[in-house]
Design a binder for this molecule. Structure first.
Ligand SMILES: Cc1cc2nc3c(=O)[nH]c(=O)nc-3n(C[C@H](O)[C@H](O)[C@H](O)COP(=O)(O)OP(=O)(O)OC[C@H]3O[C@@H](n4cnc5c(N)ncnc54)[C@H](O)[C@@H]3O)c2cc1C
Length: 480
């Protein structure tokens, strides 16, 4: 009987452009696709609630796609090395193929798996695919690690493999006997309470097929105006591919290749397409930073921020921020978009994050943890790097003294208040002039719009002038 190869699907929940799967199918006998739900390996950070919802749907989609190829998905839960050791013994596997992860926890888990398999004389092969480039490939001319985005991307974008990604295999050789699998529904991924994710489900379709459709839709339309429109949250001008990328339902190489192909065929999208590809560069940059500086998951990249006097103030303020009840409409709209859809527009992420760390002076860890729990696209590297960027303590960060003013940001990027009206319906009847600053509106305007501050909509939870002065004083304290 031909010996089986286990293909481990962890951060790569797809069949196309999955080098580990393709290598197993092409070069070996029977293939056993496996997913380990691992919350036990050292340093693994349990998924947030929104990511669990996504994973539940994504695993089912992957299983159905595998079944269409004559295969199946074996699901186990526990420590990855222990689970694979058991499976290897059960099926007599002679190889384990996997896609490489780049977080510190993934690196540790892969090391432990490799050592276990080596002892058993089982081949362990690791493939790339979650990133465009392996972190070891992108170094400065003097062989150091990049910490600034622009030179990083100048070098990295020249090194990208632009060849056509591999399609999904049409058939996957099955073993004579399948090992047992836990039910996907038994992994404890369902939201509690069950109806919690209903609004999220209305917005998203997890899975590889849906990811490809979303890319096609984006390249057929919004990409053309991406450069100008991407900062305006009321428009659907961005790709919304982030959760599909986070779960590896589509490869970044597919995005790269398809965008370039469309750009070559249609001059009108060249500028938008190039800008879109540059955003993928930020995803690479975050992953490369975390890989090279694993400490950044808990420590600021700029050492002086170790001494920053983060406030330990009123937790009611953080709750107001989480619930979208700050009295600053653009922030409230963003935080409610996050809660209702599991996603928030990038511009509003920046404004809302700035408010937490600079106006409320809360530690960026607090915001990072909330986003981790509530984002369907929660990505360890992107989330940490972005929070450090906003907090001013990251490698190539926005300077701390640059504090977003939520009112002027709202007026600039949501002029007519379309986004605010969508997510903060109690302000829907406010005139454009006051939609971003209801607390400045005259009494008669408020009355006409049916708004009673402090009752139907909160008064601003802080005095921004004082908050700004406190933030700048805090910054000065670490400079001295
Ligand atoms: C405080 C904060 C936290 C964030 N947390 C996350 C997170 O957990 N997961 C996540 O994927 N992104 C995160 N981002 C980055 C960014 O907001 C999202 O990637 C983007 O909004 C996703 O929407 P999209 O797919 O429509 O992006 P598009 O504009 O269509 O961009 C295409 C892809 O490029 C990547 N990308 C775009 N912008 C960035 C960026 N600034 N940094 C890194 N990658 C980027 C994403 O993979 C995205 O899907 C965060 C940003 C901030 C300010």
């Amino acid at each position: 009987m031909a010996s089986a190869t286990i293909v481990l699907f962890s951060n790569t929940l797809r069949l196309a452009d999955n080098a580990a799967l393709l290598a197993a199918v092409v070069t070996r006998g029977p293939v056993i696709p496996v997913y380990i739900f691992d919350e036990q390996s050292p340093k693994v950070r349990p998924l947030g609630a929104a990511s669990k919802w996504w994973l539940l749907q994504s695993l089912k989609a992957l299983r159905d796609d595998l079944r269409r190829c004559g295969s199946d998905l074996i699901v186990r839960s526990g420590n990855t090395t222990d689970c694979i050791a058991k499976l290897v013994a059960e099926v007599g596997a002679t190889g384990v193929f996997l896609t490489r992860g780049y977080t510190p926890a993934a690196a540790m888990s892969e090391q432990s798996l490799h050592e276990m398999l080596e002892k058993k004389n089982v081949q362990c092969r690791r493939f790339g695919g979650h990133l465009l480039l392996e972190p070891e490939m992108v170094r400065t001319k003097t062989d150091t690690k990049y910490t600034v985005f622009t030179p990083f991307w100048r070098t990295a974008s020249e090194l990208i493999d632009a060849t056509e990604p591999q399609p999904a295999p049409k058939a996957i050789p099955a073993p004579e006997h399948w090992p047992t699998s836990e039910a996907i529904d038994s992994l404890g991924l369902e939201p509690k309470p069950a109806h919690w994710a209903e609004p999220i489900a209305a917005h998203w379709q997890p899975g590889e097929v849906a990811a490809r459709e979303r890319l096609a839709d984006f390249l057929d339309g919004p990409v053309q105006s991406y450069k100008q429109a991407r900062d305006f949250p009321a428009t659907n001008a961005t790709s919304s591919l982030s959760p599909h990328l986070a779960f590896g339902e589509i490869s970044p190489r597919t995005l790269w290749f398809e965008a370039k192909k469309h750009m070559a065929a249609n001059e009108a999208i060249v500028t938008g397409g190039a800008h879109f590809l540059r955003e993928l560069g930020w995803r690479e940059f975050s992953a490369h930073l975390l890989f090279n500086f694993p400490n950044m998951q808990s420590h600021p990249m700029r050492e002086q921020f170790n001494k920053f006097p983060w406030g330990e103030g009123n937790s009611d303020l953080v709750h107001a921020w989480q619930k979208g009840q700050t009295g600053f409409p653009i922030i409230d709209a963003g935080m409610r978009q996050l809660w209702q859809t599991g996603w928030m527009h990038n511009r509003v992420r920046m404004i809302a994050a700035s408010f937490l760390v600079k106006d409320l002076l809360w530690h960026w860890h607090e915001g990072e943890a909330w986003f981790w729990d509530t984002l369907v696209d929660a990505d360890f590297a992107n989330n940490i790097a972005s929070w450090q960027w906003v907090a001013g303590c990251g490698a190539d960060a926005s300077p701390y003294f640059r504090i977003f003013n939520p009112t002027t940001q709202g007026e600039k990027f949501d002029k007519a208040g379309e986004y605010v009206r969508r997510f903060v319906p109690e302000l829907a009847a406010m005139p454009d002039k006051y939609i971003h600053c209801p607390s400045s509106a005259p009494e008669d305007v408020l009355e006409l719009a049916g708004v009673t501050l402090g009752e139907t909509y909160p008064k601003p939870i802080i005095d921004r002038k004082k908050a700004r002065a406190a933030a700048l004083a805090a910054l000065a304290s670490i400079k001295n």
